[in-house]
Ligand binder design. Sequence first.
Ligand code: XMP
Length: 305
Amino acid sequence: MVETEAFIDEAIAEIREAIGDANAVIALSGGVDSSVAATLAYEAVGDQLTPVYVDTGLMRKGETEEIRDTFSFMESLRVIEAQERFFDRLAGVTDPEEKRHAIGEGFIDEFETVARDVDADYLVQGTIYPDRIESEGNIKSHHNVGGLPEVVDFEGLVEPVRDLYKDEVREVARELGLEEIISERMPFPGPGLAVRIVGEVTPEKAAVAREATHVVEEELEEYDPWQAFAAVLGKATGVKGDNRVHGWVVAVRSVESRDGMTARAQELDWSTLQRIQSRITGENEDVARVVYDVTHKPPATIEYE
Ligand code: XMP
């Protein structure tokens, strides 16, 4: 987009006009879309906007701290520590769509509480053009706060990046000075690590997925994958020291893709794979095996659930 600066000025003016003297909330996920929308809206109305970041316990390593740092210029930012409430909701839930629902409902509950607390009349959202196209068809329960407008009776919805494609949003992010970690970050699903854990989500499995994903992201940086992460599949037998153990099976996934609709498993060097394996099993004594997923999409999906 040639006119990034002009877009920013116009977007800020439009948001100011839409919200006026009222209060607004936005769900800040740390993804580039909501980060850009929140920054534009904060520029427009300052602390009349309450950005809400919910730590579900299913975030990537260090993500919550990064959000606090990156958005420390927003005095009204609320970081909600909701880990326990999310793990409670997810206890015993094994069906992938039920998991998504439990998480979606959890998000809505957390936001509703804040929206009522600050008396918000407006909801700002980081919806981008492809989201609007997708939600016209029936994709899946991707948008965690999709149900929010039905729960809270907002006066209006403000979507400052609704006509932009992802690469345009990234350009705006750079122009706004949002750190590279936000503007160039890999896509991360709304339900977070929950879709990278097969079966019930527990704090222990989330910790394994989080640490292993961190290793994968670090080790694969030079391959510049579209998405790379680790998933927890279940348990299998291994040997640690002199003992047989029943430990976690961690799958490593690294894919190339343009839009996530189709994807190719990336070809990695054996030495890279071995380094990943040895770090993941070395750093967590409860991991017994590491496997590499060589399946393209289709037939597999990118995430595990
Ligand atoms: P799949 O696993 O369907 O993923 O091949 C395609 C892309 O969508 C992301 N994804 C999600 N994003 N909520 C999201 O916000 C979800 O429930 C969800 N499931 C998958 C996935 O990370 C990939 O980029």
